[in-house]
Write a protein that binds this ligand. Structure first.
Ligand code: NCD
Ligand code: ZN
Length: 382
């Protein structure tokens, strides 16, 4: 047995589902799952109900997180067609602006060029007010990046808006060869773009969906084996590994035994993941597909830099890197109670998580009290 100590991980893309969908997850259950995955900071997405698209809703979410979280939480604001610029007064209290340019779960969607144009222009103008002029491609402003769910042709649209307005762009869950190769070219030209990939797009392909059905349905959909290969070939272009932890119940996915769902029924895209990223990546390290430093760069250093997250003093995780175990639905602490990686044999077991000097997870139990996590970017706000 070899136990190593690593920094607490940052998962820059999770859906804690509160308010509105607490039958899937809430801030307490989702942050407990994070600790059990070695994650001590999560960035929460705005597609809750109601969405985090106004200063009041952000404040309400901050209050909920202050009462319930067991790890540190940063919150995104999101643009909706109805509240287009309403988030703006709260922009500095969020880790960034999330724009859903393509179809997915929830009501947030901006797919019209004129509206996208306006959002990039407005964000750039606010950044200029706060920070003054910045050279092109300089990272994090006081506002953080615009993070986009942009697939396929929407990738060049967002790249071009980012370049026109000199706004740092972060492209979430990249899944296809065409997208990662375009991002490589854009980086080569000095554009201020970063991107992330999820464990499910790195370790699963459309074959899993063909064999296993809606358990493996998410946006972007699982891609062809050649797309998966492209992510690995272009690992140097991927700045962040983040899970897109997107819990739905098995019955919402039409996968529960009772009641049986009809095959035509539309089901909810998204899979949980915050608990399984660390063992999956450590297994890739063990197999020689990754270096441990590649993991730490993408799960700690880069997300911290891209979103200007504070350091967590006296914070670390302890992992037995030799322990082999099998991931299962039963092990999961996420409220939805399942994982798309059930049955996968992994190497590396989390034994302990220490946050600011306190043991918050002992390998079995979450020991932290609700509300012991911090909500980021709220300095001076009561
Ligand atoms: C996410 C969700 O369920 O909130 N679903 C998904 O398939 N990834 C939304 C998203 O990130 O697109
Ligand atoms: Zn997501």
């Amino acid at each position: 047995m070899a136990t190593i100590r690593l920094p607490g991980l940052i998962d820059a893309h999770v859906h804690l589902r509160e308010p509105g969908y607490t039958h899937k997850e809430d801030i307490h259950s989702g942050t407990c799952a994070a600790l059990a995955g070695g994650v001590t900071t999560v960035l929460d997405m705005p597609n809750t109900e109601p969405p985090t698209s106004t200063p009041r809703r952000l404040r309400e979410k901050v209050d909920l997180a202050r009462a319930k979280s067991v790890c540190d939480v940063g919150l995104f604001v999101g643009a909706t067609v109805a509240d287009l610029d309403a988030y703006l007064p709260a922009a500095t209290r969020a880790c960034g602006l999330k724009i859903y340019v393509n179809e997915t779960f929830g009501s947030l969607r901006i797919e019209e060029l004129g509206l996208l144009h306006r959002l990039f222009r407005t964000w750039a103008a606010r950044a200029m007010e706060l920070d003054g002029w910045r050279p092109a491609a300089s990272p994090a402003t006081s506002l953080g990046p615009i993070a986009v769910h942009a697939e396929d042709l929407m990738v060049p649209v967002c790249l071009s808006l980012s370049q026109l307005y000199n706004v740092p762009l972060h492209i979430v869950h990249v899944s296809r060869r065409s997208e990662i190769e375009l991002i490589r070219a854009a980086k080569g030209r000095g554009l201020a773009v970063t991107c992330e990939a999820t464990p499910h797009h790195l370790f699963l392909s459309e074959e899993a969906y063909k064999g296993g059905g809606n358990r493996f349905d998410m946006r972007p959909k699982l891609a062809a084996p050649d797309d998966v290969a492209a992510l690995w070939e272009n690992l140097d272009v991927i700045d962040i590994f983040a899970t897109d932890h997107a819990p739905h119940t098995l019955s919402e996915k039409g996968m529960a035994e009772e009641p049986a769902a009809s095959s035509e029924q539309a089901t909810m895209p998204g899979v949980p993941g915050v608990e399984t990223m660390l063992p999956l990546l450590l297994t890739a390290v063990d197999a020689g597909r990754l270096e441990l430093d590649d993991l730490l760069l993408r799960c700690v250093e880069n997300p911290r830099r891209i979103y200007a997250l504070p350091k967590q003093p006296q914070t670390w995780i302890e992992v037995d890197v030799d322990a082999v175990h099998t991931l299962s639905d039963e092990m999961t602490r996420a409220r939805c109670g399942w994982t798309p990686f059930a049955g996968a044999q992994v190497k590396g077991r989390l034994e302990k998580v220490v946050l600011r000097g306190e043991t918050v997870f002992d390998g079995e139990q979450v020991l932290a009290a609700p509300g012991s996590g911090r909500v980021l970017f709220q300095d001076g706000v009561q």
